[in-house]
Design a protein around this ligand. Sequence first.
Ligand code: ADP
Ligand code: MG
Length: 370
Amino acid sequence: MPSVSFEHVFKRFDAVSVVEDFDLHVADGELLVLVGGSGSGKSTILRLLAGLEEVTAGTIRIDERDVTSLPPRQRDVAMVFQDYALYPHMTVHENLSLGLRLRKVPRAEIERRVRWVGGALGLEPLLNRRPKQLSGGQRQRVAMGRAMVREPLVFLFDEPLSNLDAGLRAQMRIEIGSLQRRLKTTTIYVTHDQVEAMTLGDRIVVLATGRIQQVGRPIELYRTPVNRFVAGFIGTPAMNFLEGRVEQKDGGSVFTAEGLRIGLPNDRIATVASSEPMTLGIRPENLAIVTGGPSPADAPGAGLRGRVLLVERLGGTSHIHIEVGPHRLMASVSNERLPEIGDRIELQVPPALVHLFGEDGRALLQTLSC
Ligand code: ADP
Ligand code: MG
């Protein structure tokens, strides 16, 4: 299976820039997930690779071969969409084999491929059914099968699970992941759902307004987001942000915002200039609710005092919304004893898990800790 390279690819529609300096190497056999909000350019990037759109500038390669100006047919790329549009009057077998029949692939070869795909996707018992006799998940599998029978060099998935309900989506996600690991076909999978991205990708590319924000393994994006956008986008529930400044005090650094102070880890803060406005980030699952036991206000990891606004009980974990002065924070906890609305509580902020972002959004602590 081949690798895929985008080399400084740009795409403009008229004067509007949609993809900017997209530079990425997808390794042979890799499952790469491209994640970003609606309109961030995900589909355009897939369409550029498939040859359905022309690049404005830059080069696209499949292995060493420059495919930038090749027509779609010569690129050996198969795409699976959200709208799988099966032919309703054809059986599963006919839907799977149609593309091959149109290309005049010999009958025995068509039969071999349909059997192989039927086996790989568990569609064998359904080959004589029509789409309306299938469940949503089975239809999605047929749509994948239609791409697989082509035995492409590269698979492209464009939000293929968006139309399915949550349970089926989770199941199909696991199936796609295990299928890809078996087939080892180089795959680019597009989604707006960061949970899908985190669970599926070998590596994830986070995209915003046509630009790559960060590329990395899921855990790297979670632990060391390079900017505020990635920090807020990856992880559920989303990271808490507080606006404030950093002050030096008694040789230590303290983040201060209206009505609160949070000690910062000295070893990681050395180059942060004070007085500039900054944003502190802390994940809901890294905030601990301390019940009882006062702690000194300025000690590292000192508690924040707040009042509970809302308790969302999800069974295993619960989301506690807390008011700290004029700020609102959320803690995700699995305590058995949960506070009640209106309770005054203390929150522990572990200094080692705090993120800090400059005015331009760039992470200040991560670069020091790596
Ligand atoms: P995504 O798949 O991430 O939601 P798209 O790649 O579909 O985003 O679109 C990115 C941006 O490009 C959007 O603002 C969209 O309106 C614009 N766009 C996409 N296709 C065209 C087109 N053919 N002509 C003009 N603008 C387009
Ligand atoms: Mg899209």
